[in-house]
Design a protein around this ligand. Sequence first.
Ligand code: GTP
Ligand code: MG
Length: 224
Amino acid sequence: MARYYRGFNGHVPAYPGIEMTSVNVKHNPDRSARYVISAYQLKQLPEDEGFEVAFAGRSNAGKSSAINTLTDQKSLARTSKTPGRTQQIIIFDIDEDRRIADLPGYGYAKVPDKLKAHWRHVLQQYFQRRNSLRGVVLVMDIRHPMRPFDEQMLAWCEASGVPCHVLLTKADKLKRGPAQATLHAVRKSLPPVATAQVYSAKSRDGLEELIQRLNEWYELGPTG
Ligand SMILES: Nc1nc2c(ncn2[C@@H]2O[C@H](COP(=O)(O)OP(=O)(O)OP(=O)(O)O)[C@@H](O)[C@H]2O)c(=O)[nH]1
Ligand SMILES: [Mg+2]
């Protein structure tokens, strides 16, 4: 992928000849995402410059699946029925200034205590120190939202002034009424820096809204 957005001046050029079939997303810069590195420690991460958006959330919540739908690549991020699959910070480049970080899932009981302590420490440092962190997509299974670890993530975002967007995913598992009711309840309980939406990696419901939020954080302007 050429450095498409280098020198971006507020005008978003359309990708020639690419149209998504299932939803009307004309412009999705996240499609150019490429795997860069899996980091176990912060010092292994790429230079702390440009724009980084992190996907955080409990194990098995659907972070990697959300990234795959967003980037329109079936297996860019490894997904699994086995919780605790992503045990590294996995970085994808969108262009030379913009990245996605797939963070290790938290809250899975079978991950050894030593590893849990490692990630608690590394993630806390990541939130506090990563200057290029422009926003956090906090992924929650819509059937089990706002668990204690999620609250802790929100508190870290609030403390470090990083905007947070809650992705209530697996919405295909609920009917529309209960999904909307959960969305309203979650919105009410969020701190002012946070927003929320319904999403499904399976049906791609909510994809456009997510792309739009990321474009704002990446300073790419609206979709379309
Ligand atoms: N029905 C449905 N299933 C989903 C959706 N998103 C994820 N899943 C399933 O949920 C399981 C976990 O998804 P992952 O994307 O691997 O979850 P993760 O948050 O990356 O998990 P860890 O890497 O373990 O932290 C997989 O079996 C996915 O197929 C969704 O929107 N709808
Ligand atoms: Mg994962």
